[in-house]
Design a protein around this ligand. Sequence first.
Ligand code: ZN
Length: 151
Amino acid sequence: MKSCTLCLLPRPAEEKTCAICGCEEFGAEKTELGFADRLIGENLLGPAYQAIETSVAQGREDTDCVLQLAWLAYSFRDFRAVEIWCHEGLRLGADSAEPHLLLGLVLARGERWVEAVEEFDAALKKPGLLLERRAVLETLRAGAYANVPEW
Ligand SMILES: [Zn+2]
């Protein structure tokens, strides 16, 4: 199953625009998918959200599954839930760039450009960022920065 370049989640082979984040670029095949990943890849996003949320409620909580919940909430346009899950992601994995990336996207949607740039900057400062991910973040940052009004 292919994966989306922005949200990194598995997507159906025939999809042209990611139903979760709106990205139109896809990359590496994902193998060894877990149950929730398979649901996400088949676009069963509601059931996937429920499955992951149940697992989190039972104490199996890590940065990855919290981030999956955040992206799914993003696809449901539930931006309050996106923020909650992103902050939980930062609590669990302070070195992860991903919650900052997603928070930046939410802020950019709300045209809060200065705060969006701050989130992308925070993401870019995280250690161990892959080159590909850095490129994605720099593109997002440039897009938000271009909208910051000049004083
Ligand atoms: Zn996506």
